[in-house]
Design a protein around this ligand. Structure first.
Ligand SMILES: Cc1cc2nc3c(=O)[nH]c(=O)nc-3n(C[C@H](O)[C@H](O)[C@H](O)COP(=O)(O)O)c2cc1C
Length: 352
């Protein structure tokens, strides 16, 4: 995909243009490889599947499910496609994605631009029929349309539609770029909302249902949400989405952009969120960790804090497609150093 030669060129372009060029190149399928055979020590059984390695591609990179095949071929152990909404929508006005190379971060306020669930389903089914990696693990991340006031109705429709097709479903209620979306995280609203989605899922399939949360929650909010999660029958958490924080060290013009910040500066905050939830949930509900992962150490830190799997997006922007293989190689070394024979032994090690 984004070779070492193409990376500097792509960095000169507007961030979204560079991304779309990359997607177009990947969509040709010319660069799609079959995923390599995994190392036993990196594999993990979870949600009734064997994940070949713990490093996944986070949501937002492939909103329309155009390129899961290519991304699995680059060595991701699983890929999350979406956020898909029921109807197509444009998203916010451009420009809406900004990079700051000095801090290796990104601010985005995309607002779920996507082709809607018909286009998404066509792409997804094509991958499942013809993909070189068609048996790879692909989760579907769902969200509500901007003009939908009844959020639950959109999530119900999408859980119903994609439940049988996805390896797991992610209920995204943590994007900062859709007005009111994060309010669904309020415990009073959250419990009935999640219960309803679990009922819809149960009536249709057994596909694991995960919820993706923001890093901008204080400890008490995390504790309250953890209770809702345990009571609702939800199968897993993705921690975390982007942050509204703006560290002082960021260049002023970048810092002033509205949207969610991702990349290195999110690392500690998401790590802390994982720690709190792992402790509150007593390790009973699996966590997928995301936020600023750009090397083996940052991935391994999330696993030791309580994540069973990890995901990344922004690291890929700065380091290109060799990153998942590089991280997996590094995790193997770190496991050996700590005398663990598998990922499963390292999960939550910080709490023992
Ligand atoms: C440009 C961009 C678009 C994103 N779009 C989505 C999205 O549609 N749905 C979602 O759940 N998360 C989305 N995210 C958040 C990522 O999935 C991830 O949770 C977050 O960026 C933290 O990981 P990172 O620091 O490795 O990027 C997006 C992130 C970026 C940078």
């Amino acid at each position: 995909m984004i070779s070492k030669i193409a990376l500097p060129f792509l960095r000169c372009l507007d961030a979204e243009k560079a991304h779309n060029l990359t997607l177009s190149a990947l969509k040709t399928g010319l660069m799609t490889r079959k995923a390599k055979t995994p190392s036993q020590a990196l594999s993990l059984s979870l949600f009734g599947r064997v994940f070949p390695n713990p490093v996944g591609l986070a949501a937002g990179f492939d909103k329309n499910s155009d390129v899961p095949d290519a991304m699995l071929g680059y060595g991701f152990g699983f890929v999350e496609v979406g956020t898909v909404t029921p109807k197509p929508q444009e998203g916010n006005p451009k420009p809406r994605v900004f990079r700051d190379v000095s801090s290796k971060s990104v601010i985005n306020r995309m607002g779920f631009p996507n082709g809607g669930s018909d286009v998404f389903e066509e792409n997804y089914q094509k991958f499942r029929e013809d993909g070189k990696n068609k048996n790879g693990i692909v989760g579907i991340n769902v969200g509500k349309n901007k003009d939908q006031d009844d959020a639950l109705a959109d999530y119900v429709a999408l859980v119903h539609r994609f439940g049988k097709q996805a390896d797991y479903l992610t209920v995204n209620i943590s994007s900062p770029n859709t007005a009111g979306l994060r309010d669904l995280q309020n415990p009073d609203e959250l419990l009935p909302f999640l219960r309803q989605l679990v009922i819809v899922r149960n009536a249709r399939c057994k596909t694991p249902l995960l919820v993706k949360l923001a890093p901008d929650l204080d400890e008490q909010q995390c504790k309250d949400i953890a209770k809702c999660v345990l009571e609702s029958g939800i199968d897993g958490l993705i921690l975390t989405n982007t942050t509204l924080d703006r560290p002082e060290t960021l260049p002023q013009a970048f810092r002033a952009q509205m949207g969610g910040l991702s990349g290195c500066l999110l690392q500690e905050k998401s790590l802390n969120t994982i720690r709190i939830f792992y402790k509150e949930l007593g390790g009973k509900i699996p966590i997928i960790g995301a936020g600023g992962i750009d090397d083996a150490q940052s991935a391994y830190a999330k696993i030791k804090a309580g994540a069973s799997l990890v995901q990344l997006y922004t690291g890929l922007v700065y380091q290109g497609p060799a990153l998942p293989a590089k991280i997996n190689h590094g995790i193997l070394k770190l496991l050996r150093q700590d005398r663990y024979s598998s990922i499963a032994e390292a999960i939550g090690a910080d709490h023992k």
